[in-house]
Ligand binder design. Structure first.
Ligand code: IVH
Length: 674
């Protein structure tokens, strides 16, 4: 019986793999889904009855093991490069010219042209035909180990067909087809969850799941487009032949790729794909041209982080027409009134756009946007959608020009728009709920008073319940009051009170920044503190001689005017007195200056730092006395490399300068937090 079961299980596995291949690679399914499900159910039943028959590459074992806490790191044996971008026919012609010059060829070259898929890059290593490891691109040198997740993607094989090389690393794009994306979003909405912004985020979010079972449930696909390392195999001479070989080994490749000749061939392919784009089952953001001959690719080599033998020709930003349904005014932390156009929802550039910011009143006037107007909106890749222009010929009769509200839509205070300024503001300050909540959130934030546990939600609760109307109220909260709030037990109330108590001992720059004075960020706050030494002389100067403030390095008349306005308001001076009365104290600045921990150290930042803007990182470092400069030299002490670091990282490595990861920078900053 067991032998019979073993043979049947093996036959079922082979049959399922064959159907996966027909479905995902050949795009030519042979059996209906129900029949496929039946084969799977039969295999599962056999394996349940005979657990010793389960093999790691059984299709029932795609999701194995429990969710992990984090992804391991994988160092890519062959770096994962990015692509140079082109935006016009001229860019393509220039690329072709460069390539032929380097190769010393006069005749037209053959290129392999394929869609530029909008997903995320992965690399997968097959050892002896079995999927052994998969990783994301990461920074190109190190990625995250997503083996368990890629195994869970049914569209990707666990084993290769035929006689595959003993070591084969393939590279490709994981993406979510548009139909699957829309279905996932409908299901997410039905469950009350947040939908994905676009198919690319959906693919990235689905693959980078700590629980592979979640990945398994997402309709992901993979198209392979290249090679990493390999052994025991001599690749054929052409890129197209390599892909053909991958396909024969059962790896999915994009069916819309083509061999094209010379610049005319490249351009014709681009035009054809642009025309087909809206009908393709997946999202693309351009096309990629690759020199066909591998030997020529090898001769061309790389520059910086991109191969000289490939070019991504990107599509221009997508535009669409929609209608303005309303124009609303949002009030920000500093009281700025921002007009926002609410639109009839429109899918453009990969997301559904239902509102766009109009930035300020001058912009509304310049574009002459009115409710009821038909407008052109545009969105490219990750870029924020924008309203390009109005179609006046489609304006409904009676559409009136937009007026600046005289009163704040939140608190009813007067709205002021100083001459020469584009931005109109509510004058309500802490008495405006919109500003109050933001002002208090800002006051408590990490780089300001640093009150741990006082996040957006808590602030909202405190403001909505009426317990906190100004920052000073934070310092009079009692345990009983806090416990009256939802989701606040005795322990968390006590914890929050301790954090508030701790924040009382602060520094002058932090306090100044915390006040939320317009244009006074961390750097300016630090410069002001260093210059004036204490709050009293600063207030004195701001009120009576604002021009004295302009003597501070990097402070101009605008900042001086804001400081003047802020400290001229009695309510703000009262706030400071109240804070003082509640026990808020700050160290004299001279003392800070004496022991700045990073004094004399030079830092260079490159790449994106997760959870921190570049300005924040610069301000935090300079607050500790460090100097942040733009380029790496022998004098640089540290280079901080975020994601997608630039050439600065390579230079730092070449010069042997220590490179900090974002987490290390965070630890450094935390260690010196005051
Ligand atoms: S080739 C050495 N081909 O684009 C060449 N990349 O901008 C490296 N991408 O990280 C990539 N479709 O995620 C290649 N047909 C395609 C692609 C493609 C999408 C992505 C890939 C890569 C990024 C580079």
């Amino acid at each position: 019986m067991s032998e019979q079961a073993r043979a049947r299980a093996a036959a079922l596995r082979a049959e399922i793999a064959r159907h996966d291949y027909r479905y995902y690679v050949l795009d030519d399914p042979q059996i209906p889904d129900a029949e496929y499900d039946r084969l799977m159910a039969e295999l599962k039943a056999i394996e349940q009855a005979h657990p010793d028959l389960i093999t790691p590459d059984s299709p029932t074992q795609r999701v194995g093991g429990a969710a992990s806490a984090a992804f391991g790191e994988v160092v890519h044996a062959v770096p994962m490069l990015s692509l140079e971008n082109g935006f016009s026919d001229d860019d393509v012609a220039a690329f072709d010219r460069r390539v032929r010059e380097r190769l010393g060829l006069a005749e037209p070259l053959w290129y392999w042209a394929e869609p530029k898929l909008d997903g995320l890059a992965v690399t997968a290593i097959f050892r002896n035909g079995t999927l052994a490891q998969a990783a994301t691109r990461g920074d190109g040198v190190r990625g995250e180990d997503v083996t368990a997740n890629l195994r869970a993607v049914r569209a990707f094989p666990l084993t290769l067909r035929g006689r595959a090389p003993p070591l084969l690393e393939v590279r490709g794009e994981v993406f979510m087809p548009i139909a699957g994306f829309e279905r996932s979003n409908r299901e997410a909405l039905a469950r009350g969850e947040r939908p994905f912004v676009n198919p690319r985020n959906a693919a990235a979010g689905s693959l980078r799941q700590l629980d592979p079972a979640v990945t398994a449930a997402r309709p992901l696909r993979v198209y392979c487009y290249g090679l990493g390392q390999f052994e025991g195999w001599t690749p054929p001479p052409l890129q197209s032949e390599v892909l053909q070989a991958l396909k024969e080994w059962g790896l999915p490749v994009c069916p819309q790729a083509e061999r094209v000749q010379g610049v005319p061939g490249c351009i014709a392919y681009y035009r054809a794909m642009a025309e087909r784009r809206a009908r393709l089952p997946y999202q693309i953001d351009g096309v990629v041209y690759k020199v066909e001959r591998l030997e020529e690719q090898a001769r061309l080599g790389f520059v910086a982080r991109a191969p000289r033998w490939a070019l991504a020709r990107k599509f221009p930003a997508e535009e669409a027409l929609t209608r303005v349904e309303a124009i609303e005014w949002q009030v920000g932390r500093t009281g700025a009134l921002t007009p926002v156009a609410r639109l009839a929802p429109k899918f453009v550039g990969g997301v559904t756009v239902s509102s766009v910011t109009l930035h300020n009143f001058d912009e509304v006037r310049r574009k002459d946007v009115r409710v009821g107007d038909t407008v052109v909106i545009r969105r490219a890749g990750d870029v924020i959608p924008e309203l390009v222009r109005v179609l006046p010929e489609r304006r409904p009769p009676g559409a009136a020009p937009v007026l600046l509200p005289e009163r704040c839509p939140v608190c009813g205070s007067a709205v002021l728009k100083p001459d020469g300024e584009a931005v109109a503001r509510c004058t309500g300050g802490f008495s405006c709920a919109a500003q109050r909540q933001e002002a208090i959130r800002h006051f408590a934030s990490r780089l300001a008073m640093d009150i741990e546990g006082l996040g957006d939600k808590r602030v909202e609760q405190l403001v909505d319940s009426g317990l906190v109307r100004s920052p000073a109220d934070l310092y009079t909260l009692s345990c009983e009051q806090l416990q009256g709030l939802e989701r606040m037990g005795a322990r968390s109330a006590a914890k929050l009170l301790r954090a508030i108590e701790r924040s009382k001992h602060t520094t002058l720059p932090r306090l100044l920044y915390a006040l939320g004075i317009r244009e006074v960020g961390e750097t300016t706050a630090l410069a002001l503190a260093r210059h004036f030494g204490d709050l009293a002389p600063l207030i004195e100067a701001a009120r009576s001689q604002p021009q004295r403030i302009e003597q501070v390095a990097d402070v101009g008349p605008v900042v001086a005017a804001h400081l003047h306005a802020f400290f001229s308001a009695a309510a703000h001076r009262e706030l400071i007195e109240k804070l003082r009365a509640c026990g808020v104290t700050w160290e004299p600045v001279a003392a800070i200056r004496a022991h700045l921990p990073l004094q004399g150290q030079t830092f260079v930042l490159t790449g994106t730092l997760p959870g921190m803007s570049r300005q924040q990182a610069e301000a935090a470092l300079s607050a500790l006395g460090a100097k942040v400069v733009g380029s790496v030299s022998r004098k640089t002490h540290y280079v901080v490399a975020g994601t997608e670091p630039g050439a600065k990282l390579a230079r730092a490595r070449a010069l042997g300068i220590p490179v900090l990861e974002p987490a290390e920078l965070q630890r450094l900053l935390d260690a010196h937090r005051r």
